[in-house]
Design a protein around this ligand. Structure first.
Ligand code: ZN
Length: 73
């Protein structure tokens, strides 16, 4: 299978992990969004996750690359 499905930034850190931990219940939330035709996500992209336990949806903005914690806007 392809190993190319895990977008990372220049430092190798995932910009949009395939799964995240649900803030509400601690379950596993799965990535719903698909990267664009470059095969990766970009800072400022909206990515959506859905928790497999509580079915909550989480919409996150991909953070700026290289960066600090502070958002650019
Ligand atoms: Zn949950």
């Amino acid at each position: 299978m392809s190993t190319d499905e895990h977008p990372t930034d220049a430092d190798g850190a995932p910009l949009a992990p395939r799964t995240i931990e649900c803030v509400d219940c601690g379950g596993v939330a799965h990535l719903l969004s698909r990267p664009d035709d470059t095969g990766r996500f970009w800072p400022g992209d909206l990515v959506s996750y859905r928790c497999e336990d509580c079915l909550d949806r989480w919409d996150l903005i991909v953070p700026e690359e290289g960066g600090d914690d502070a958002p650019a806007w």
